[in-house]
Design a protein around this ligand. Sequence first.
Ligand code: AVJ
Ligand code: FE
Length: 455
Amino acid sequence: MTPNGPGAPLEQAEADDTATGGREALRERLAGSLVTARQRTRLLTDCVDDADLIRQHSPLMSPLVWDLAHIANQEELWLLRGVGGREPMHPEIDPLYDAFEHPRSERPTLPLLPPDEARAYAHEVRGRVLDLLDSATFSGAPLVNRGFAFGMIAQHEQQHDETMLITHQLRKTGPALTSVAPPAAPPDTLSLPAEVLIPGGPFTMGTSSEPWALDNERPAHTVHVPAFYLDTTPVTNAAYQEFMADGGYRDPRWWSAAGWEHRQRAGLTAPLYWRREGGGWLRARFGITEPVPPAEPVLHVSWYEAQAYAAWAGRRLPAEAEWEKAARFDPVSGRSRRYPWGDAEPTAERANLGQQYLQPAPAGSYPAGAAPSGARQLIGDVWEWTGSDFLPYPGFVAWPYREYSEVFFGTEYKVLRGGSFGVGPVACRGTFRNWDYPIRRQIFAGFRTARTAHI
Ligand code: AVJ
Ligand code: FE
């Protein structure tokens, strides 16, 4: 992957970024984000033995040891070589860790660095990066402006941490990760309205000012979104089980043509990891088996299943612009916020992010993270399928590399929004866009439904 030309979106640095105090605060924030990501990477890779790190647990995933060295290789590529102008440390291994040279399924056959060498490489790169960060000025070249490249690499590591968490969920070699359960939902959950109204009219979608926003989130542009109703919370396991009990998986009326064809071919009858026992349903979660918790947002459903559920409920999936308006638009000021609750960073009170728990919190949790409409859990808990294809915004410029977003634009991928319990806060915001094939179920995805308001 090579840097993509001079068309980089160079943004107006905010005054406090360029002042010395702002620069030191930015340095601290970047160092903190890199350290947090590395702690998580170590947790995910130190909790299993070498055989487990090398093994391919699913053809959908890389061996964990590939993710580990790929994290280090991208960090070396963008920060040590790109920002620091250093020579490659091990040029011969670059092709092994280029995601576009080798599909995931063939990565186990490559002469990958063994676990101890991958760890040493990651450690070595990180030491040099922290030295580089010490002397960075965050102005001048677009790649370092407002710390972008460092922020991008912290996000990249967190994205692969989520990928590794998905691999852990697919593992069949016993539990390795543990966590306490999230708290019960607050008492007002029972009196929440089923849906909230999002007013019609224009809003600002995307961003031209968020310093570490990735290319597909840019630029800010106005979108007219007619009034619509959105579920107050993600769809729960209990609600999804009603769809199942009503024969939803057996009734082609609710499915798109492609969805029904896939449902038939793949033999879908329930979310991934569920199995029936007696009158109820059990699920496997990070190596343990437990009853499906009714109040929790449904997880591990494909876009096709989400679409069928919505049709069965007499509703539809929200368009991506609707989702973002619900998550960002403040009807009082008329402006778009960074997050549903405002512009302040995520905290443990506002959102279930960062693998703090190994599951979503019950629907209705996180009142402190609610949007102006009252919608809850738009950020964190489960990725939410939207009805939309993954397409560029008007004025999109690929940056700093085409292979992050541009090569994926088109009708093959559906957009997911909001992040899951497995997403690092640095890689989550109201503008953040994720995408995957509509058949995918191993990702931490659920959904909520919408309907147009005829008012
Ligand atoms: C944005 C999650 C689809 O994992 O394929 C990681 C993120 N891009 N390394 C992916 C990513 C390059 C990407 N997703
Ligand atoms: Fe990557």
